[in-house]
Design a protein around this ligand. Structure first.
Ligand SMILES: [Zn+2]
Length: 437
């Protein structure tokens, strides 16, 4: 037992005299086996017949999974508490308690019929970073806070509570576990009557989230790490196309004002314009309904959805304007009338912080891993945290790009790579004195 102690002292000396470049080389690497074993153990809570989990927020399975994690966090020496929103927070003291804490973590709740990696990799990876700090005897300057957010999947409840953006209406909704969110928060150790007090008004130095990609980009390009540039904004509209309903047998083809034919032309135009435009915008028509909806009646009215996503709000607006131009062209060509109704889905893009991106990039380089900058097309707690603190996000590959499914998979080595990048990023953040933008 004496030998590891000497190594710890040596590491500390290197830390003190040589700064991080030398230290980075000396840091131990995450244990892929330990991470895999913990992922498998966590997947027992809410396990379903397909090999995935039904661990929706506030369910008994969620409570059991949280308890498993709390035990691990306590064993790793963290000072664990649950805030009013039910977020699990594990504190590790820094040398200077006056400094703002560095926060990192993710979630363990799943969608119904979910997989074993979405959120879980970020939480197990955060714990791995803590264990590696313990094994090297490093105490950071800043206090550290590992966090497991409440109910990410149905509306990023825990991170919104921290950011102070939770609405009472959202808390009255029934969650997929069958409990009202307010009731659910109380079930997991929070207190819905004091939710407002979960709002973090004291500064957080930075927040970092490790997460699986949930897309196939990294795997396809054979890259180890994705440096997330931000979480895309999302806007929805309902488009109404009005033509003239008439007898499908007696109305000749010329002169028909078929709303579904007009809508089809516009759907194709939306896809083509979004595809051929430069950039990574996506536009989707995912829902369509024709009225009156009978085989022998020319559709007089069609309603369909339009969703546009991009990292840049101006780009979303631009794509929307292009779609409006296309709609005018279809109106002119077919004689129908097309109107746009805005929906309440209007999520602003949440870019990550430039400094965080650069620290993640340096950490990835220190480890000799390959990477690329990329947007996140899915929502995450990081997007809420970005409103209150400099935020960064690290992606690791998802096999086949599959997510929200029991088929979700990330290899043990990819998980370990993510934890290694996370740990190094935390240590670089500890040294950085960047100012908030
Ligand atoms: Zn997630």
């Amino acid at each position: 037992m004496i030998k590891p102690l000497i190594m710890n002292v040596a590491t500390l000396i290197i830390l003190n005299i040589s700064g991080f470049n030398l230290l980075a080389a000396d840091l131990p690497n995450a244990s892929a086996d330990r991470m895999e074993a913990r992922i498998l153990a966590l997947s027992e809570f809410g396990k379903n017949a397909d090999g995935g989990v039904d661990r929706t927020a506030y369910s008994d399975a969620d409570i059991a999974g949280r308890s498993y994690m709390i035990d691990l966090m306590k064993t790793a020496g963290l000072d664990v508490s649950i805030d009013y929103a039910g977020n699990i927070i594990g504190k590790r003291a820094g040398k200077n308690s006056a400094l703002a804490p560095i926060m990192f973590g993710s979630h363990i709740d799943s969608v119904p019929g979910g997989g074993n990696y979405d959120g879980d990799v970020g939480v197990i990876g955060a714990l791995e970073a803590v264990e590696l700090l313990n094994s090297t005897g490093i105490t950071t300057e800043h206090p550290l806070e590992m966090i497991i957010f409440t109910d990410e999947e149905s509306g990023t409840v825990g991170s919104k509570a921290l950011a102070g953006t939770l609405t009472p209406e959202a808390m009255n909704d029934i969650s997929s576990s069958g409990f009202k969110r307010n009731e659910g928060v109380d079930r997991i150790g929070g207190d819905h009557t004091k939710l407002k007090e979960a709002n973090r008004t004291t500064p957080i130095h930075a927040f970092v989230e490790l997460h699986i990609e949930q897309g196939g980009f990294l795997e396809e390009k054979k890259l180890n790490i994705g440096i997330v540039e931000g979480i895309v904004g999302i806007r929805w509209w309902t488009l109404k196309v009005e033509g003239v309903a008439n007898h499908g047998g007696t109305t000749p083809m010329p002169g028909r004002k078929d709303a579904l034919v007009a809508a089809s032309k516009l759907v194709i135009a939306i896809n083509e314009r979004a595809t051929n435009m430069e950039g990574r915008q996506v536009a989707t028509v995912g829902k369509i309904q024709a009225f009156p909806g009978a085989p022998n009646v020319i559709p007089g009215k069609v309603e369909f959805s339009l969703e546009i996503r991009d990292l840049d709000a101006d780009k979303i607006q631009h794509v929307y304007e292009v779609v409006q131009q296309e709609a005018k062209a279809v109106e002119k060509a077919t004689g129908v009338k097309i109107t746009f109704e805005t929906s309440n889905v209007d999520i602003h893009p949440a870019p990550t912080h430039m400094t965080l991106r650069s620290l993640i990039e340096q950490s990835t380089n220190d480890l000799g891993l390959t990477y690329q900058y990329m947007p996140s097309g899915a929502g995450h707690d990081a997007q809420e945290m970005a409103a209150i603190t400099p935020t960064g996000m690290i992606f690791v590959p998802s096999r086949g790009g599959i997510s929200h499914s029991p088929k979700e998979y990330t290899s043990p080595q990819d998980m370990a790579n993510g934890a290694d990048v996370l740990l190094r990023t935390l240590l670089k953040l500890d040294e950085s004195k960047f100012t908030r933008e």
